[in-house]
Ligand binder design. Structure first.
Ligand code: ACO
Length: 440
């Protein structure tokens, strides 16, 4: 197949959120730490009525409804998530309920797990399937998202929840630039989940930030090489109209975009545009991850470009928090929503990162109008329909989730009347651990 890309995209997020300014007060941290320091506005979360199965069921069923997808037109469906509720049974198999009842059980693909990267791996699998001899002419759906929760402490405000579903097929309006990808993977323990009795990760925040920035450096430079090979021209940030990032919190995205320009500087240190960076030209890149003077100089020269090229893709990450696997694709949807048909003809560079670690940079171009996607998703309107709850309620819900973790034989206690209409929710977990869902 040719011109493979995204025909439709949808996100499901919970109907309640907590405001970061309220959390700052509740946690007793200095005012501005979460809102300005992390750059976050609100955070979505789930109680005990929602789990990764119900979130994914909502994302996929809403995608199919809004984009009028014939269940028999799908030949591949895969899921990227790190929200694991079963060590064997995949989220994908649960989603088969939406297709099997229409007679389609011939759907390839399964779950991919590695921190926030599974969604990207799932997407790449779908693209590669469509380019291969195994492709049978049908479309694919890629699901990416998580429920991100941290124990009480400094990482808790960087949680979030949401699942993105994308309809992938040939001759798409949003087309991936094939043959160009920069990959970086290595073995580190910056964030991982060795505790099966807890939903929370173990995280070394500072280490994860240095890993993220190292992955940016490597992926960006490898992407540049592949770009130059394909197009026979020099790559730099000037070739990029918009940039999307995996967003653990917005401040890191600001620094990451600036870091890309730093890599351009390393390629061309004498360029007068980079005059303010001269004092840093002899420092090894791996010694600069926490160099605040360099950071300030970079953020200053990328300020306007950040506002134009990056900020439009950050809405969902600021409003929902880190949706782990969903983060990068929530960024894509934010950008589509913000710029609409203004994206036609534009190149979007995308950086995806999952701790542990796995990362890649790749790009897509918008080739035809996408206004109908914007209208169908109706993002802004849906975000305003959410309900703000207090940090007390948010904390109670996370405690409830803790008490439900690995539990069998219970009926969730959260009320369902606050949920968005027509949403799947967890109705019951039986004594054998089997889960049942109903719809609001
Ligand atoms: N007003 C304005 N800014 C403030 C204020 C204030 N009142 N208080 C603090 N800040 C700034 C700090 O200067 C800092 O800015 P900087 O990043 O530019 O240095 C920022 O707010 C954060 O403050 P820290 O003291 O560094 O925060 P802390 O160490 O308590 O926690 C962290 C931050 C490490 C990100 C933590 O939330 C965490 O561990 N999160 C999970 C890990 C994570 O998301 N890693 C990213 C990649 S991996 C992944 O995606 C899971």
């Amino acid at each position: 197949a040719e011109n493979i890309g995204i025909h439709g995209i949808e996100i499901y997020f919970p109907s309640t959120y907590v405001a970061q300014e309220d959390l700052e007060k509740f946690d007793g941290v200095s005012q501005g730490k979460y809102t300005l320091g992390l750059g976050q506005t609100n955070m979505a979360f789930c109680g005990d009525r929602e789990d990764i199965y119900s979130l994914a069921l909502n994302a996929v069923s809403n995608l199919m409804e809004k984009f009028d997808v014939d269940p028999n037109s799908i030949g591949r469906l895969e899921v990227g998530t790190e929200t694991v509720i079963d060590k064997s049974k995949s989220v994908k198999t649960v989603l088969m309920d939406l297709f099997a009842k229409h007679g389609n059980t011939s759907i390839d693909g399964i779950d991919t797990i590695n921190a926030c990267y599974g969604g990207t791996s799932a997407l790449h699998n779908a693209l590669q399937w469509m380019e291969s001899s195994y492709w049978d002419g049908r479309n694919a759906i890629v699901v990416a998202g998580d429920i991100a929760v941290y124990e009480k402490g400094p990482a808790r405000p960087t949680g979030g929840a949401g699942v993105v579903a994308m309809l992938i097929g040939p001759n798409a309006p949003i087309q991936f630039e094939n043959g160009i990808r920069g990959v970086h993977m290595e073995n580190v323990y910056d964030f991982y989940k060795p505790d099966m009795d807890s939903e929370y990760p173990r995280v070394d925040g500072k280490l994860s930030i240095s890993c993220y920035l190292r992955a940016i450096d490597n992926c960006y430079n490898r992407y540049a090489k592949a770009f130059e090979k394909k197009f026979g021209e020099k790559f730099s940030l000037d070739k990029v109209d918009y940039a999307l990032f995996h967003s653990p919190y917005n401040k890191l995205v600001q620094k990451s975009f600036a870091r890309m320009l730093y890599n351009d500087f390393l390629q061309n240190k004498e360029d007068p545009r980079f005059a303010t960076l001269a004092p840093f030209k002899d420092i090894a890149p791996e010694d600069t991850y926490f160099n605040t003077d360099l950071e300030k100089a970079l953020v200053a020269i990328t300020k306007t470009d950040y506002a134009n090229k990056v900020a439009p893709g950050t809405t969902l990450a600021k409003q929902l928090g880190n949706t782990y696997c969903g983060s990068t694709y929530g960024g894509l949807l934010s950008l589509v929503d913000a710029i609409g048909d203004g994206l036609v003809g534009k190149r979007v560079l995308t950086f995806s990162y999952g701790s542990g670690l796995a990362a890649s940079a790749f790009s897509f171009k918008v080739e035809s109008p996408i206004k109908s996607i914007v209208d169908k998703v109706d993002l802004k309107q849906r975000l305003t329909k959410r309900v703000r709850v207090t940090p007390e309620v948010f904390t109670e819900k996370l405690s409830l989730r803790e008490s439900r973790h690995n539990l069998k034989n219970y009926t969730p206690s959260d009320p369902t009347h606050n949920m968005f209409p027509n949403s799947f929710y967890l109705a019951q977990v039986d004594e054998a651990g089997k889960r049942k869902y109903e719809r609001t």
